[in-house]
Design a protein around this ligand. Structure first.
Ligand SMILES: C[S@@+](CC[C@H](N)C(=O)[O-])C[C@H]1O[C@@H](n2cnc3c(N)ncnc32)[C@H](O)[C@@H]1O
Length: 290
C-alpha cells in the first residue's frame, strides 16, 4: 500500500479532473497525429495516475489492449472503478513486472522527471517488442492567467501558504517529485542513449479557456471545477503535510474562501459575464522506436 503521491502531492480529484480535460476528445486529433501509432495492438502506460490518458487511448484506439500501471494505490483503485475494461496495476516503473518484448507501445505523461532515466527508458526498451514505439509526454512551461475573482489573496491566505512553503517542498522531495528534470534538448538525447532510434519531438498546446465559445458549457464548467478542486485538494493535503503548522479551523476557513471565490467564478460563467481566464499547457511529445 503506497499512497504518498495522492496524499502529499496531487489528490485523486486534482488529477482526475485536470487530466480528463487535457485528454478530452476535442483534442483527440492533435494527440493522434503526434503519437503516430500505426500498430496499437498492446499499449502500456507508465505512471497512469487516475487513468485519464489510458481511458483516452481506449477511446482513440478501439481494439488495443491497454495496461496501465502506477505506484500509488489510491490512483489505481480509483482508475479500476472508472474503467474496468482497462488493466490497471499497482507497480513500480523502475521494476515493471512485465516480460521482455511484451508491448507494441509504451507511453507516459509527466512521469519521466520522477524516475531515474536508466530505469525509466531502459525498462521501457526492455518490455517493448522490436519495432515497438516509446512515447513520452512531458509538460513544459505553459500560460496561466486566473480570473480576478479567484486571483486575489487576503493576507490570511498569503500567510498560510508562506507558513507551509518549506514543508511542501520537503514532502515533494521525500516522495521523489521531479528529481530527474530534463530540458527539451536533453530528453531526445537521453532516449537515444538508451537505444531508441528515429527519435522525434513534437509540441502540443492545450488551451483551457472556459469563456472560449469553442468549448461546450459542460466543458467550460468542468474547467472551473477542476481548478476549484485542485485548490481544495491543496488545502486538504495540509492535514497530512503540516498538521502542526495549520490548524483545523484555519483549513476550514481556507476552504470557505476558496469555495466563495470559485462559486463567484461559476456564477459569472453561468451569467455569461466573460472573464477570459486561461490555462494553456504545452506538452512535449517524444517518440522513439526500439
Ligand atoms: C505528475 S503525476 C502524472 C500522473 C498521470 N500520468 C497523469 O498525467 O495524470 C506522476 C505519476 O507518476 C507516478 N509515479 C512516480 N514514480 C513512480 C514509480 N517509480 N513507479 C510508478 N509510478 C510512479 C505517481 O504516482 C503519479 O501518479
Amino acid at each position: 500500500m503506497n499512497t504518498d503521491w495522492s496524499t502529499y502531492v496531487q489528490g485523486v480529484g486534482t488529477l482526475h479532473l485536470s487530466r480528463s480535460l487535457r485528454f478530452a476528445d476535442i483534442f483527440r486529433d492533435k494527440y493522434r497525429e503526434a503519437f503516430a501509432i500505426k500498430k496499437p495492438g498492446s499499449i502500456l502506460e507508465i505512471g497512469c495516475g487516475t487513468g485519464a490518458l489510458a481511458k483516452a487511448l481506449h477511446r482513440w484506439y478501439p481494439g488495443a489492449a491497454i495496461t496501465a500501471m502506477d505506484r500509488d494505490t489510491a490512483f489505481i483503485e480509483f482508475a479500476r472503478k472508472q474503467a474496468p475494461e482497462i488493466t490497471f496495476q499497482e507497480a513500480d516503473a523502475a521494476r515493471p513486472p512485465y516480460a521482455d518484448h511484451t508491448f507494441d507501445v509504451t507511453i507516459s505523461n509527466t512521469v519521466a522527471e520522477h524516475i531515474p532515466p536508466q530505469a525509466f527508458f531502459g525498462e521501457q526498451y526492455r518490455v517493448l517488442r522490436p519495432g515497438g514505439v516509446c512515447i513520452v509526454l512531458s509538460a513544459r512551461r505553459g500560460i496561466s492567467v486566473p480570473a480576478p475573482c479567484v486571483a486575489k489573496e487576503s493576507d490570511f491566505e498569503k500567510e498560510i501558504w508562506q507558513r507551509v512553503e518549506d514543508r511542501c517542498a520537503e514532502m515533494e522531495k521525500k516522495v521523489g517529485v521531479c528529481q530527474y528534470p530534463m530540458n527539451e534538448r536533453e530528453y531526445p538525447l537521453c532516449m537515444e542513449k538508451y537505444g531508441f532510434r528515429n527519435v522525434s519531438t513534437e509540441y502540443i498546446t492545450i488551451n483551457l479557456t472556459p469563456d472560449d465559445p469553442v468549448y461546450s458549457p459542460d466543458m467550460g464548467r468542468a474547467m472551473i471545477n477542476a481548478e476549484h478542486q485542485t485548490r481544495l485538494d491543496a488545502i486538504n493535503s495540509l492535514k497530512a503535510i503540516a498538521p502542526d503548522l495549520v490548524s483545523h479551523e484555519e483549513r476550514v476557513e481556507m476552504r470557505r474562501l476558496i469555495n466563495q471565490k470559485y462559486n463567484r467564478r461559476m456564477a459569472l460563467y453561468d451569467a455569461g459575464i466573460k472573464q477570459w481566464d486561461t490555462s494553456v499547457s504545452v506538452t512535449m511529445v517524444m517518440r522513439g522506436t526500439k
